[in-house]
Ligand binder design. Structure first.
Ligand code: ZN
Length: 162
């Protein structure tokens, strides 16, 4: 086979792969945007958490009562958003045929056995990594709707009638 033939064959193969993968590229872009949006929300929540803690400390010299409850609620929201972002990232990584080192979070080629950054062997879980149960069937169910952090009470008592 001539070099030209081989090149043509190679080019044809490449073109086919590119067409097949274009939907993946669109999906990857969509996931990237969604992940950024989620991380933006997480940052805002973290800011609100910090603000709430500081506010309480400035007023009372301690963090207790309502403030502790508020902060716990905000932390719970942030943690749900982080779970969403993590799910989307793992989809994105499988589209790109890469993976994240469970230990140091470096992004690696999917077939790498050792992390080039921290040296962690990829088929062994990181010592702390038991939060993502491998192959758990439930994709999360209902969409998460973060509650606005508002100070004033909304009129949602339901029991008040004249
Ligand atoms: Zn690593």
């Amino acid at each position: 086979m001539s070099v030209l033939d081989e090149l043509q064959k190679l080019a044809a193969g490449t073109a086919k792969t590119v067409t097949q993968k274009s939907s993946d590229i669109v999906e990857a872009a969509r996931l990237n945007i969604a992940i950024n949006a989620e991380e933006d929300k997480i940052q805002k929540l973290q800011l609100a958490i910090g603000r709430r803690i500081y506010e309480e400390y400035a007023c009372n010299g301690a963090i207790a009562g309502d403030a502790a409850g508020d902060v716990a609620g905000l932390c719970a929201q942030a943690s749900i958003l982080e779970g969403n972002a993590r799910d989307m990232k793992s989809k994105l990584y499988s589209l790109r045929n890469v993976k994240e080192c469970p230990k140091c979070k470096e992004v690696l080629d999917a077939d790498m056995v050792f992390c080039y950054s921290c040296g962690h062997r990829q088929d062994e879980p990181a010592e702390y990594a038991d939060e993502s149960g491998a192959g758990s069937g439930d994709p999360g169910g209902a969409a998460v709707e973060p509650v606005e952090f508002v100070r004033s009470d909304g009129g949602d008592t339901g029991a008040d009638e004249d």
